[in-house]
Ligand binder design. Structure first.
Ligand SMILES: O=C(O)COP(=O)(O)O
Ligand SMILES: [Mg+2]
Length: 229
């Protein structure tokens, strides 16, 4: 399948960046401060994708669904925020092929946006520390707008920003939330196979294509048609 988008939006955690080592360390350090045992990286990997607030709630109940007691959450959340602010990019790394993929997209002339459910206070420092912030003409975080993915709002906002129709736009992500947001807008959706999808194979969500690396993008994308000035 050949895609011919006029704009490309890219998810952050699990797509551009393997951020779980830092997130898991901070979750376990938070639990230690609360006098509770750690969960470890494998469990946290399944809980990333709906923002840090939801991650902390999941860590407190020890599963994907469910709510901790309000008092427990109110004690834990500031501890996590403090720990993760100090360790947003201690172990986090771009996945192999991502920098080259971004370079290809930039050289080809696609307007690029980053659309993540991560809170703004962590998104920009992480993109900057990894040296990829400047690729993006717009960065929309989980708390930038009233609703986050899987709601279509952040994708539509970015399309409007670039003056591109949703049917001419492409989202690249790693989770069911990215697929649902894209489907709700008419964006095409490519998923990476290596990211975080709550422990499920992303093929189940039926994106338009699944890639193992950003290095596959040049073969999937037709050069963007530039509108005449
Ligand atoms: O859960 C998060 O904090 C962010 O996840 P996302 O970058 O995959 O949207
Ligand atoms: Mg993701």
């Amino acid at each position: 399948m050949l895609f011919a988008p006029r704009m490309v939006l890219i998810d952050l955690d699990g797509t551009l960046v393997d951020s779980v080592p830092d997130l898991a360390e901070c979750v376990d350090a938070m639990l230690a401060r609360l006098g509770r045992p750690p969960h470890g990286e494998a469990k946290v990997r399944q809980w990333v994708g709906n923002g840090v607030e939801r991650l902390v709630r999941r860590a407190l109940v020890g599963q994907l669904e469910g709510e901790p007691q309000a008092s427990e959450f109110e004690r834990a959340y500031p501890i996590f925020l403090e720990l993760y602010a100090a360790n947003t990019c201690t172990h986090s790394k771009l996945y192999p092929g991502v920098r080259e993929g971004l370079e290809f997209l930039k050289a080809a002339g696609y307007p690029l946006g980053c659309v993540t459910n991560k809170a703004e206070r962590f998104t920009k420092p992480l993109l900057k520390q990894l040296g990829v912030y400047d690729y993006f003409g717009i960065v929309i975080s989980g708390d930038t707008l009233p609703r986050q993915k899987p709601d279509p709002l952040p994708l539509l906002h970015a399309a409007q920003h670039f003056g591109v129709r949703p049917q001419d736009a492409l989202m690249i992500g790693d989770s069911i939330s990215d697929v649902q947001a894209a489907r709700a807008t008419g964006f095409a959706i490519i998923c990476v196979s290596y990211g975080y999808n709550h422990g499920r194979d992303i093929h189940e969500a039926q994106p338009d294509a699944v890639i193992d690396s950003f290095s596959e993008l040049p073969d999937l994308l037709a050069a963007p048609c530039r509108s005449t000035p």
